[in-house]
Design a protein around this ligand. Structure first.
Ligand code: HEM
Length: 308
């Protein structure tokens, strides 16, 4: 979406995503991590299915104000929309229909019982003196699902993969949790969960000496920019405490990722929980690691590990 409507819509939810607001969720996120990984010591599991995928879904569902009893339903829709491993629906319009029906009821419930949830903020927000239509509100919820879940899942899974390839990294963060935020920034750069995005040229222009015609579809490669040798020393190496890490994994400019503080917090809490509760982990070589089938999002659909 372009200005001016973009800023008006973004403002509706931006307050809920400031680092200050997000930080308050840390204890809840930790509890969710605990619920998912409690009693998994010594077990072999698909970490995507059991941990890195359900965690961000539970977080965003909580922010939206989805009651606990409906979490399972919400996860099924989310998986169907973003094409996750539990694809139960073959047609997207069926899912959207079901979600619409669900949110219609939820909206009525929230109107009668106001709370601080995102659903409540969105349905009561006004743009140019008018409330959003049902489809616009639903679009918002779907956007948050699509933009925020698989990406954060991939950040955490990519971190586990990258740490396992770099012996000593996991022990180092277990020994000093202060290393986690910087290590995660380096994962964002080194294995960017969003590798590419789309843009359409609004006017005839020129980029890097190449003429671009109005209406052309462009694909800026975030993953490539994040390994630019003219910006990063040893760009092809994972350096746990890289200084000056000016990656663009969350984009740039007016569309800069709304959920960046949330994704960072989720990844930090997830890693802290793991490092505190598991001495080590091992990616199982005898199980196939299945990558996401996409040129946009980058990560694993399935990754089996043993937690020790
Ligand atoms: C590691 C996790 C994440 C990564 C790598 C990521 C990456 C990105 C990128 C690259 C963009 C820019 C897209 C563009 O310029 O076209 C973006 C935008 C966006 N992201 Fe994220 N994201 C992550 C997590 C989240 C989360 C957790 C949420 C919300 C719950 C979220 C919500 C959004 C939204 C709403 C936009 C659009 C912003 C706008 O157009 O103004 N993202 N994200």
């Amino acid at each position: 979406m372009d200005p001016p409507k973009h800023a008006k819509l973004r403002n509706i939810v931006s307050k809920a995503f400031t680092p200050r607001m997000i930080e308050k969720m840390a204890p809840q996120i930790r509890e969710m991590a605990e619920n998912l990984l409690d009693s998994k010591k010594g077990k072999e599991l698909d970490i995507v299915r059991e941990f890195t995928s359900p965690l961000p879904i539970a977080v965003i569902a909580t922010m939206l104000g989805i009651p606990l009893k409906d979490m399972g339903k919400f996860k099924t829709w989310s998986d169907a929309i973003v094409g996750g491993s539990d694809m139960l629906y073959s047609n997207l319009s069926g899912v959207i229909g079901e979600m619409t029906h669900y949110f219609q009821n939820l909206i009525i419930e929230k109107q009668n019982n106001p709370d601080g949830s995102l659903v409540y903020s969105v349905i009561n927000a006004e743009v140019d003196g008018e409330k959003l239509t049902m489809m616009e509100s639903l679009g918002f919820f779907v956007l948050l699902l699509v933009a925020g879940n698989e990406t954060t899942t991939n950040l955490i899974s990519n971190a586990l993969l990258t740490f396992s390839e770099n012996p000593g990294t996991y022990d180092a963060i277990a020994g000093d949790h202060n290393l986690i935020p910087r290590a995660m920034e380096e994962v964002l750069r080194y294995r960017s969960p969003v590798q590419s995005i789309y843009r359409v040229a609004k006017v005839d222009t020129e980029l890097g000496g190449v003429p671009v015609k109005k209406g052309s579809i462009m694909v800026p490669w975030i993953g490539s920019a994040n390994r630019d040798e003219s910006v990063f020393d040893n760009a092809g190496r994972f350096i746990i405490d890289r200084k000056e890490n000016r990656h663009i994994a969350f984009g740039e400019g007016i569309h800069y990722c709304l959920g960046a503080p949330l994704a960072r917090l989720e990844a930090k809490v997830a890693m802290e929980y793991m490092a505190e509760n598991f001495q080590s982990y091992e990616i199982l070589g005898n199980r196939k690691m299945i990558p996401q089938n996409s040129t946009i999002v980058y990560g694993m659909k399935e990754m089996w590990i043993r937690l020790n």
